[in-house]
Write a protein that binds this ligand. Sequence first.
Ligand code: HEC
Ligand SMILES: [Cu+2]
Length: 489
Amino acid sequence: MKTQLKLAAACLATASALLVMVPTMAAPAAKTALPVITHELVAPPLAPPRITRKHAAHVVVNLTVEEVEREIAPGTRYTFWTFGGTVPGKMIRVREGDTVELHLQNLADNKLPHNIDLHAVTGPGGGAGETLIAPGNEASFTFKALAPGLYVYHCATAPVPMHIANGMYGMILVEPKEGMTPVDREYYVMQGDFYTNGAYRAPGLQTFDPQKATDEHPTYVLFNGADGALTGANSLKAKADEKVRMFFGVGGPNTTSSFHVIGAIFDRVYFEGGKHYQENVQTTMVPAGGAAIVEFTPRVPGNLTLVDHSLSRAFNKGAIGLMSVSGPDNFAIYGKGVKTPLPAGTKAAKPAPAAAPAKPATTSAPTQAATPPKSEPVAAAGQQLRGKEIYEHSCAACHLPDGKGVAGIFPPLAKSDFFQKRPNDVAKLVLHGGSGEMVVNGERYNGVMPPQELSDEDTAAVINYVSTAFNDGKPLFSPEQVRELRKAH
Ligand code: HEC
Ligand SMILES: [Cu+2]
């Protein structure tokens, strides 16, 4: 069945169109057959363009299966199995009522059999049986896109969770007959979980860990198949007041996503990729093997942050992306912050045991360990104390209480060459946050440091604390100098 046709693509398209539309007739039937269109595929995070035609077509889709080794994180390699060479696989876009003729080529230098199951198909296996082929073969089948919606496709070859965990998923959009509303930008993003034998960001070539997959303990949870696929230079772009539509799906195999964009409210969510939408949504739940179309309008410049709001995945497993928004400030919508320091040492009136879980209790009895020694309330010591407090509340969670960081994830602030050599860049990072690759003490980092939202006084205090306590250095900034740097941005 799968080897029945070995004709050139154009010839095959016509042949199948005839087969499907008018099985009894030969050449003259071309008049009544649907127009044949070959689908142009683009790489994520781009989506194919909006469909403008008003009639059904016979759409030929040529997808390849490619097993490729590439970076899953900076310095960490992994062998991905892909549709079209990318994770997620290339997005397919057709119109309700179209007939889709899908060709799958399992390239000759691949090692394994693969196939495709599209959730947009009505019929057993979604095409899986028709397309199961060994390397060096091509399979094709046709289906009618009956129901508009956004659908996941994936490989369904045993062991299925492994094929999906290696990146074999993508999406197909079936646009409704009446079309979709115009927007200024569209993006295509999919979340997937990955299971490597080494720890998160352990360097070198990593292999698939079947036990971690069975236990559903992902090492990575990623947007578009790589740590940093949507940060730094790869950040998505938009302008303030543009309408953005995002086709968001979850390949899994195991995690669901609490998909959220920090700094935006979704105007519309076509939840579960279906026909209806909800308005004014903060976070939408997308199941494994499911999708949602989200639309939002950034209003002010700055970075929006895409996360799975199961936030350990965002901050410790990679499920984070950025959309960099340009445009003029709009203080009526997002006002300028005003921050005033409390007098140093201002504390809650009573010891509040449950207030700040910053430090685990180390002794059995409740103590006042966090209360500063009362004996040295000098001005400089006041700033030092304030710096320490801020450090413990705002920085220690990532850079650790001793400032030593987590190799490959959170760079060290203690004895950091970056800190010691580039004080202005340090201040900019603390003021505005940052992302992209940086090298600290010879180790590469490519994470996201969120802006710290501190006053000028507190920014100076915390940097001076890091300098004196962790780097044998002198205080580096006065609040006035921080104010100047903030203005210079
Ligand atoms: C949510 C985690 C997080 C928090 C909280 C955080 N940082 Fe960072 N920080 C990072 C990451 C990640 C990087 C590396 C960014 C990159 O790779 O581009 C970084 C980089 C830095 C660097 C430059 C590299 C180095 O090691 O010298 C400095 C300095 C720094 N942070 C200071 C601070 C200070 C001070 C605070 C608290 C006021 C703070 N950070 C809070 C995550 C965090
Ligand atoms: Cu496969």
